[in-house]
Design a protein around this ligand. Structure first.
Ligand code: NAP
Length: 245
């Protein structure tokens, strides 16, 4: 990552997003910490102490078109480009298949799938202006068709995550499709987009009942956000390497 790179992390007022923001700032990025509640964003930056020096809280609700547009305008005015976009904002729906309603699923997809599309669409003009743009979609190992169909054990209670895993599988296909589209566009061929799996990480999303720390969870995200120019694009990775789709 180039010194002074401008990075935006969505849903970064806590958990893996906050830790991603911290680690990117420590690597020299100017980090915009997206938070749907500006107060929570400011508190999060303060909680980092000296590590938060390069981090600015910005209001962003990925489900609110006005909020997304306002942030794109602010980024254009203040920085004129964007080098790193981390689509981290996400929600979990803990419901069995029988209890999963259309309404609950719509709300989940609005954040986990439509949100990243809205943010990428609004910020693509700014990413075009970067010499080395990177997008990371924060996915999950539970989205893997390969592992799920092989009956391979995945962390957590598989009986209550049907809609969540489907949302992350859809996010993975967005990664593949954006990558194919960027490769076809000479102005975007240098944009790398990948899906990251943080692993089962202790955050508010799972009541902090998971073995990995947020710092460990952020590793694969930060690695993909700071890929060198010869790094991969259109893939699905954890910190150890490529994962089965
Ligand atoms: P978390 O602590 O619950 O953080 C989720 C973040 O997303 C919060 O900052 C939340 O903001 C934000 N958010 C929710 N809806 C939003 C919206 N409409 N607009 C903007 N921000 C919104 O959970 P986490 O574990 O750090 O999750 C981060 C990402 O990692 C998610 O995409 C999750 O699916 C993924 N992931 C997590 C694990 C794990 O084991 N924890 C494993 C695999 C993947 P509020 O505070 O305002 O609610």
């Amino acid at each position: 990552m180039r010194p002074g790179a401008v990075a935006l992390v969505t849903g970064a007022n806590r958990g893996i997003g906050l830790e991603t923001a911290r680690q990117l700032a420590l690597r020299g990025a100017v980090v915009l910490l997206g938070s749907r509640d500006p107060g929570r964003g400011a508190d999060a930056v303060r909680s980092l102490g000296a590590d938060g020096a390069g981090i600015r809280p910005v209001a962003l609700d990925v489900t609110d078109p006005d909020s997304v547009t306002a942030l794109a305008k602010r980024l254009d005015r203040d920085h004129g480009r964007l080098d790193v976009l981390v689509n981290n904002a996400g929600v979990f729906l803990g419901a069995t298949a029988a209890d999963t309603t259309a309404e609950l699923t719509r709300d989940l997809l609005a954040v986990n799938v439509v949100g990243p599309v809205a943010v990428i669409h609004a910020l693509l003009p700014l990413l075009r202006r970067s010499p080395a743009p990177r997008i990371v979609n924060v996915s999950s190992t539970t989205a893997s068709f390969g592992l799920t169909c092989a009956g391979a054990d995945l962390p957590g209670d598989a009986s209550v995550r049907m809609a969540y895993t489907a949302s992350k599988a859809a996010l993975n296909m967005l990664t593949v499709q954006y990558d194919l589209a960027f490769r076809r566009d000479p102005e975007l061929a240098h944009l790398k987009i990948n899906s990251a799996s943080p692993g089962w990480t202790a955050t508010a999303m799972n009541g902090f009942r998971a073995p990995r720390t947020a710092a460990e969870g952020a590793r694969s995200v930060v690695d993909l956000a700071t890929l060198p120019d010869d790094g991969p694009s259109g893939g699905f990775f954890d910190e150890h390497g490529a994962l089965a789709w």
